[in-house]
Design a protein around this ligand. Structure first.
Ligand code: CDP
Ligand code: MG
Length: 734
C-alpha cells in the first residue's frame, strides 16, 4: 500500500501523465491481493531426522589432489580466473563437506540412497567425486535425469567445471542426440536412454557406477530402471549404485533396495514466506505476469524471479506479454531480463538462465516444472507458482491417453516454494488460495507409472526377455488394467503373439527409439512401398516442437505458407511430409525456411532424427529406397497401420467421436484440417491433448475400408458398417 501511495504522489507532481506512467499505474490497478498465512521455515532436516549415515573412521581415502592444489592456489592468488572461481564454487556446495564421508560410504555399500535438498550439488558433484577417486578407471560413471534439458545443461556445467569439452570426457545422451565419445567417463543421460542401453548391454558392463538421479520424480522410466538395476547389482558386485533424491522420505527407496543405507546431506535453506491469493485466479498466465511486474516494482532488486508455468506455449505467451509491457514502461522501471526454459528450448538459449544478473537489472525465469528440482538457478528469491503442471493421464479401460494441465501436489508446491530460499530468505506467491492448497491439492504427486500408457515400456521389457510382467519387481505396481491394455495393444500391433511373446515384428519394432505405434508405421511402410515418405513424416512428428513459425505481425503470411503445404490433401501428416520433402529438395536451405515460415532448427532436428532412423532401418533390413511420392494414400495407410487405435469419425453434430471408445474429440485449431470447409468423415490422430477440450493433434483423413484391410483383428465390419454402406455399397459382397 505504501508503494501505491508513493507512486501516486510522484505522479501528482508531474501533472500530465506520460504513456509510461499510465502503464505504470496499470500495474497497481490490476494488482492481485495476496495474503500470507504460512511461513515455511527452512528444511531443518538436521533436526527432523537422524541419518543412519555410517561412520568412516577406519577408511582413509586418498584426498583429491586436484582440489587440494587448487585450494592452495586460491589462497596465494588474489585474482581468480574464471575456472578457479568455479572450483571455489564447488567447495561452497552443501555436499562438499561430506565428500570423503560419502565416498567412504560408497566404498562400503554397493547401493546407497543419497538425499539432499535441490541445489546441494548431487547431480554435478557426485559423479565428479566418483571419478576423482578412481571409479572412472573401472568403467563409465552414468547419471540419469528424467529430463533432456537437465541432462544437457548439467553435462555442460560439469564439463566446464572439469575444464573439458562436452562430448569428450563429460558427455550426455538423450534420444536422437548422442553427445559422447570413446573418451567419455562421466555420462549424463535421460532415464529413457539408460533403459535403451539395456537392449545392447544387458549387464551395463561398461559402467562402474550408476547414479539414478531425481529418483523422487518417479517417472515411468526411472521406476522401470529401479527394477532393472536392482536385479543387476545382484550379479555385478563391482557396480556401485546410487539412488539420489531431493525429498526427505527416502525410506521407501531404502526399503525397496533391500534396506540400503541412506546418506543425508543436510540442506541449507532460508525461510520462505508463502503468500496466497485472496481469491481464485481465473487466468493464471495473466496473473503470473501481473505478479512479476508487481514484484519488480515493489521488491528490492537483488532477487530474481522464478515463475512456474505448464508448457512452452504458456511460457512464450507470458514472455511476450512481459516484453511488451516492460517496453511500454520504458525507463520507469529497471531492466527485466526475461529467460524462458522448457524442454525444447534450443541449447544456446538454455545457458542464458544461468548467467549472472547484472546489478541494475532483475532476471525473471519462466519455467516448466523442470526448475522444480532438476535445475537450480542461483539468485532466485521470488517464486510465483501457478499451481499447475502438465501431466499425462491414462484411462486404461478406454485406452485414452491425454496430456492435461493438472493441479500440482502439495509436495510439488512446497518444492517450488523452496526454490526461493536457497541463497537468502525468499517469498513465494501462490496464484491460488490457501483453502485450495489445504483442501484441494493432493499431498503427493502420483508416480507416472500409475497414470500412463505402458505400451512402450512393456515392449522394451519383453525385448529384454522379461516375460512375466505381473511379477516384475515394481516399486509401485501399475494398475493391472494398464499392463493388460499394453499387452493387448502390442498384440494388436503384432508385436506380441497370443501367448504374449515377442514376435519377429516386435523385435524389429523395439529397435526403434520410437513409440510402438510409430515404429509399426515405419515397418509397415515397407509393405506399402513408401519408406522414404514415412521416414520423413515420422521424423517430423518426432521433433517435439513446432515446425511452423507464426509471428503475430505476419500471421496471415505464415498461415498462407503453411496452407501451401496442405494443398493436395492428406491432412497434417502429409503437410509435414511435403514440408520436409521441399526443404530437402532445396538442399536443406536456411533461406527456404525463412521464406516458408518454417523453423530451421526444427527442420535440422527432423533431419538428424531421419538419419538415425535410416541407420536403424538398415539394421532391421528395411529397404529405404522404396518410395511412392505421387501416392499419398500409401503413406497414410502405413501411418494407419501404426495408428489404427487412434481413429475418429465425424458425427452428425459436426463433432468427432473416437471409433472404438465413442469419446467426443475435436480437431486441434493448429491442424490444417481445422480450416477445411469440408471435414473428412474418418481420420487418424497422432495424439490427444486435453486443454480446454479434448483435442486431436496432427490428424489425417483415412478411408474406413482401410481399417478392415489393415487391422482386421481389431476392427470388425460393424465398426465401419455405416460408412461402408453409404459410400461403397458395392464393396460389401455377401
Ligand atoms: O543436484 P542438486 O540439485 O543437488 O544440485 P546441482 O544440480 O548439482 O547444482 C549444484 C550447483 O551447481 C548449483 O548451485 C547450481 O546453481 C550450479 N549449476 C550451474 O551453475 N549450472 C548448471 N547448469 C547446473 C548447476
Ligand atoms: Mg540434481
Amino acid at each position: 500500500e505504501e508503494q501505491t501511495k508513493k507512486a501516486s504522489l510522484s505522479y501528482g507532481k508531474k501533472g500530465k501523465k506520460s504513456k509510461e506512467d499510465k502503464e505504470y499505474d496499470l500495474i497497481f490497478e490490476e494488482q492481485i491481493d495476496f495474503v500470507m498465512t504460512d511461513k515455511k521455515s527452512g528444511y531443518d532436516n538436521r533436526k527432523k531426522k537422524k541419518s543412519n549415515r555410517r561412520n568412516r573412521d577406519e577408511d582413509s581415502f586418498k584426498s583429491d589432489a586436484s582440489i587440494a592444489s587448487e585450494e592452495k592456489k586460491v589462497v596465494t592468488e588474489k585474482t581468480l580466473t574464471k575456472h578457479e572461481k568455479i572450483l571455489e564454487g564447488r567447495k561452497k556446495l552443501p555436499v562438499y563437506p561430506y565428500r570423503d564421508e560419502f565416498l567412504a560410504a560408497v566404498k562400503d555399500h554397493q547401493v546407497l540412497i543419497l538425499v539432499g535438498e535441490t541445489g546441494s550439488g548431487k547431480t554435478t558433484q557426485i559423479p565428479q567425486y566418483l571419478h576423482e577417486i578412481g571409479y572412472s578407471e573401472l568403467g563409465k560413471i552414468g547419471c540419469t535425469q528424467p529430463r533432456r534439458v537437465a541432462a544437457m545443461s548439467v553435462a555442460a556445467r560439469v564439463a566446464e567445471e572439469m575444464n573439458v569439452k562436452v562430448g569428450h570426457e563429460v558427455g550426455y545422451s538423450i534420444r536422437f542426440e548422442n553427445c559422447t565419445s570413446r573418451k567419455t567417463i562421466i555420462q549424463y543421460m535421460t532415464d529413457g536412454m539408460l533403459l535403451r542401453e539395456f537392449l545392447t548391454e544387458p549387464d551395463l558392463a561398461s559402467y562402474s557406477c550408476l547414479v539414478i538421479d531425481e529418483a523422487h520424480e518417479r517417472t515411468l522410466h526411472t521406476d522401470i530402471l529401479f527394477g532393472l538395476v536392482k536385479d543387476i547389482v545382484r550379479f555385478r558386485n563391482d557396480l556401485k549404485l546410487i539412488i539420489s533424491s531431493a525429498t526427505l522420505d527416502a525410506e521407501k527407496f531404502s526399503k525397496y533396495f533391500d534396506d540400503a543405507s541412506i546418506f543425508l546431506v543436510p540442506g541449507r535453506m532460508f525461510p520462505v514466506d508463502i503468500y496466497y491469493t485472496k481469491n481464485p485466479e481465473a487466468d493464471y498466465v495473466d496473473a503470473s505476469v501481473v505478479t512479476v511486474l508487481q514484484i519488480h516494482i515493489s521488491q528490492p532488486l537483488d532477487g530474481d524471479v522464478l515463475v512456474f508455468l505448464t508448457g512452452q506455449e504458456e511460457i512464450e505467451t507470458a514472455a511476450e506479454i512481459l516484453t511488451k509491457r516492460t517496453q511500454a514502461l520504458g525507463s520507469r522501471i529497471p531492466e527485466l531480463i526475461i529467460c524462458p526454459i522448457y524442454a525444447n528450448l534450443p541449447s544456446e538459449q538454455q545457458a542464458k538462465i544461468f548467467q549472472k544478473t547484472p546489478k541494475q537489472a532483475r532476471k525473471v525465469v519462466l519455467a516448466t516444472n523442470i526448475a522444480e528440482t532438476s535445475l537450480t538457478i542461483d539468485g532466485i528469491c521470488y517464486v510465483i507458482d501457478t499451481g499447475f503442471n502438465k501431466q499425462n493421464s491414462y484411462d486404461a479401460r478406454s485406452g485414452m491417453e491425454s496430456l492435461m494441465v493438472t493441479p500440482v501436489s502439495q509436495a510439488a508446491a512446497n518444492q517450488r516454494a523452496g526454490r526461493a530460499g536457497r541463497t537468502q530468505p525468499g517469498k513465494c506467491f501462490r496464484l491460488f488460495t490457501s483453502y485450495s492448497f489445504h483442501h484441494e491439492l493432493d499431498p503427493n504427486t502420483t508416480p507416472e507409472i500409475m497414470r500412463t500408457n505402458m505400451c512402450n515400456v512393456v515392449l522394451m521389457l519383453k525385448s529384454l526377455g522379461i516375460n512375466d510382467l505381473l511379477h516384475f519387481d515394481f516399486m509401485d505396481r501399475p494398475p493391472a488394467d494398464t499392463l493388460i491394455r499394453a499387452l493387448e495393444q502390442l498384440y494388436a500391433l503384432g508385436a506380441l503373439n497370443d501367448r504374449g511373446e515377442l514376435t519377429k515384428l516386435g523385435r524389429r519394432m523395439a529397435e526403434f527409439p520410437l513409440d510402438p505405434m510409430l515404429s509399426k508405421s515405419v515397418i509397415a511402410s515397407e509393405k506399402y512401398k513408401c519408406v522414404k515418405e514415412v521416414l520423413s513424416t515420422v521424423s517430423m512428428l518426432s521433433i517435439g516442437s513446432s515446425v511452423f513459425y507464426r509471428p503475430k505481425e505476419k500471421a496471415v503470411h505464415a498461415d498462407t505458407a503453411k496452407m501451401n503445404f496442405a494443398r493436395g490433401g492428406g491432412g497434417d501428416h502429409i503437410t509435414l511430409l511435403r514440408c520436409y520433402t521441399e526443404w530437402a529438395d532445396s538442399d536443406y536451405s536456411t533461406q527456404w525456411c525463412f521464406e516458408n515460415f518454417v523453423q530451421v532448427r526444427s527442420m535440422r532436428k527432423a533431419r538428424d532424427i531421419r538419419e538415425q532412423l535410416e541407420g536403424l532401418c538398415e539394421r532391421v533390413e528395411i529397404d529405404q529406397n522404396l518410395s511412392s511420392p505421387e501416392d499419398i494414400d500409401t503413406t497414410l495407410k502405413a501411418i494407419t497401420a501404426g495408428f489404427f487405435y487412434n481413429t475418429a469419425k465425424l458425427g452428425k453434430s459436426g463433432d468427432y467421436q473416437t471409433v472404438k471408445q465413442r469419446r467426443t474429440v475435436h480437431i486441434h485449431p493448429s491442424s490444417v484440417l481445422s480450416k477445411e470447409e469440408e471435414l473428412p468423415g474418418w481420420l487418424t490422430y497422432f495424439e490427444l491433448a486435453f486443454t480446454t477440450k479434448e483435442f486431436m493433434r496432427q490428424v489425417a483423413p483415412i478411408k474406413p475400408s482401410w481399417l478392415l484391410e489393415i487391422a482386421p483383428h481389431f476392427y470388425q465390419e460393424n465398426d465401419v458398417q455405416d460408412a461402408l454402406k453409404k459410400k461403397m455399397p458395392k464393396a460389401r459382397k455377401r
